[in-house]
Design a protein around this ligand. Structure first.
Ligand code: NAD
Ligand code: MG
Length: 390
């Protein structure tokens, strides 16, 4: 049986790696649909090479330009955010690899889950903000969720060594990002360029900034909570600068099962696509003797306030996570545009969390409302702050 794959966000870092993986897998794997937000030329190149039957341009302003570029090809073009949700539930698709960035992926993730697709999830934000809703939908539709995030892929693999109620804790590893060794005072004046230079991973700009604030790890704690149905207090974070041990599961007898590999997203992407099989692939193999030593340390919760906020948010539940995520997306946008300092990102998130009145058992509309509120709040605060400084 051929596995027909839709890649949502095929022009990004995960998307491009996924296409390399599919190409290397050869027979048995087919690209059925692709999407991009605005990089029309790259998407057109991908369509020419991988010949999907469907392609979506989520930013409708670029649709005509894109149509012009693929006019000679046999591809159906869909436009706008609805186009993304549409390709996620196509009959011609078996696996939906979600590689768009941010909460924008939520409608498509929900649509794929409702349609009972196998979801290979890289786009963690929808799971963070709508974990409860998604879990309910998945239970009903029989959709299968396979993690692509390297830590969650590692946990998913390690979990297979025992039963769910035999797990005593999950340990998520983190590279610690570029500012691992800095004090809160030193972080005050870091630049955009420094924040964008990740010591290990080559990723899209948003997740790279999230790694520098350790917001990425905070989001991953919440992601793990939902994905593995684990109480937050059983999820620990350890900084592991070498990024070789991608995460671990400790069982009640004291055994720890870890997954190791080079820091290369091709491996978790491939495992999600070939699961439950393992096949030889393009990821370079580890040479343990060349590694020297592997180190682990506790994260500095004072410097990386985002991480302690993440734990609080995960315990609070309800709309707290949606505000946490949306405030971060907006603040990272402000930082990337050069309008705020690095440290303001987490300050703005904390401000929104303090101001927000958490609602529980919420509908999708209420989630989106809280999301919109947090974004507006951050944009307004960022502007006010700027005028005070000017
Ligand atoms: P990226 O910025 O490189 O790519 C993002 C993709 O999303 C692009 O294809 C872009 O066209 C699309 N996109 C952007 N805005 C959009 C919108 N509003 N609507 C629809 N599509 C939009 O990002 P990335 O690094 O590939 O990360 C993608 C996701 O995977 C993120 O959620 C990230 O947290 C997660 N992830 C990434 C890595 C990694 O190594 N890059 C590792 C683990 C998890
Ligand atoms: Mg990760």
């Amino acid at each position: 049986m051929v596995k027909r794959i839709a890649i949502l966000g095929s022009t990004g870092s995960i998307g491009k790696n996924a296409l390399r993986v599919i190409e290397s897998l050869g027979e048995g794997y087919e690209v059925a649909a692709l999407s991009a937000h605005s990089r029309v030329e790259l998407l057109a190149e991908q369509v020419r090479r991988y010949k999907p039957r469907f392609a979506a341009i989520t930013n409708a302003d670029f649709t005509e330009e894109f149509r012009g570029l693929v006019g000679d090809l046999d591809v159906e073009v869909l436009a706008g955010p609805e186009g993304l949700a549409e390709i996620a539930q196509l009959e011609e698709v078996d696996i939906v690899l979600t590689a768009v960035v941010g909460a924008a992926g939520l409608p498509a993730v929900l649509s794929a889950a409702k349609a009972g697709k196998t979801l290979a999830i890289a786009n963690k934000e929808p799971f963070v903000i709508a974990g409860e809703l998604l879990t309910q939908i998945v239970k009903k539709s029989g959709s299968v969720i396979l993690p692509v995030d390297s830590e969650h892929s590692a946990i998913f693999q390690a979990m297979q060594a025992g039963k769910h109620d035999e797990v005593s804790k999950i340990i998520l590893t983190s590279s610690g990002g570029p500012f691992r060794k800095m004090s809160p005072e030193e972080i005050e004046n870091v630049t955009l360029e420094q924040a964008l230079s990740h010591p290990v991973w080559d990723m899209g700009p948003k997740i790279t900034i999230d790694s520098a604030t350790m917001m990425n790890k905070a989001l991953e704690v919440i992601e793990a909570h939902w994905l593995f149905d684990m109480p937050v207090d059983k999820i620990e974070v350890l900084v592991h600068p070498e990024s070789i041990v991608h995460s671990l599961v400790e069982f009640v007898d004291g055994s720890m099962i870890a997954q190791l590999g080079k820091p290369d997203m091709c491996l978790p992407i491939q495992y999600a696509l070939t699961y439950p099989a393992r096949v030889a692939g393009i990821a370079e193999h580890l040479q343990l003797d060349e590694l020297g030593k592997l180190t682990f340390e506790k994260p500095n919760m004072e410097t990386f306030r985002a991480l302690s906020l993440g734990y609080e948010v995960a315990r609070t539940g309800g709309t707290a996570a949606v505000v946490f995520n949306a405030a971060n997306e907006a603040a990272v946008g402000e930082f990337l545009a050069g309008r705020i300092k690095f440290v303001r990102i987490v300050e703005l998130i904390e401000h929104c969390l303090n101001k927000h009145k958490v609602k529980r058992q919420v509908s999708l509309e209420e989630l989106l409302e809280a999301d919109g509120w947090a974004r507006r709040e951050v944009e307004q605060r960022a502007r006010e702050h700027k005028s005070v400084r000017a």
